[in-house]
Design a protein around this ligand. Structure first.
Ligand SMILES: Cc1cc2nc3c(=O)[nH]c(=O)nc-3n(C[C@H](O)[C@H](O)[C@H](O)COP(=O)(O)O)c2cc1C
Length: 150
């Protein structure tokens, strides 16, 4: 059974709302035979990444970049997973206070280095996620999970 790995840093209620919507989409009962594994970014390992078939990342924007926690995740897994995970699908969401540009650029850069293939629309939100934002997060999770069943 294919595995979707969700790696997230969730330090606030607004980030939690996005994470829960993504998880709800990924675990929709209509999507059968996909295992969804979730890991806090500080506890995810290279083994988790190697064992998965697709990736969903979530982070706040911090100091013009992805969170230190997600950066730590990439620092840990980059070389152990380079080549082996090339071409695998991924997607991500970013929550920020006012400007998520640097976080998006950072994630695009490192995932390009890994050779991962973005397989769903990125979701960026500032402030409290509204209904539309929650729906886009749900779609993000559902798209990544459903894509693994193809
Ligand atoms: C140290 C620190 C740095 C931050 N830097 C940014 C930033 O560069 N861009 C941005 O849009 N938001 C920034 N924020 C806001 C966080 O992204 C935001 O607090 C987080 O997404 C949680 O959202 P919430 O506080 O609305 O729940 C920063 C927050 C902290 C604590």
């Amino acid at each position: 059974m294919p595995t979707l790995l969700i790696v997230h840093h969730t330090p606030s209620p607004n980030c939690q709302a996005m994470f829960e919507a993504v998880l709800s989409g990924a675990t929709d009962p209509e999507i059968e035979d996909v295992r969804v594994v979730r890991r806090a970014a500080l506890s995810a390992t290279a083994g988790d990444v190697l064992d998965a078939d697709g990736y969903l990342l979530g982070t706040p924007a911090n100091l013009g970049y992805m969170s230190g926690a997600l950066k730590h995740f990439f620092d840990q897994i980059y070389y152990p997973c380079l080549d082996t995970t090339r071409g695998r699908p991924f997607g991500y969401y970013v929550h920020g206070g006012n400007d998520v540009t640097g976080a998006v650029r950072g994630i695009e850069s490192v995932t390009t280095g890994l050779g991962w293939r973005r397989a769903a629309e990125t979701v960026t939100v500032t402030g409290e996620p509204d209904k539309d934002a929650v729906e886009r997060c749900w779609e993000l999770g559902a798209t990544l999970a459903a894509g693994l069943t193809d």
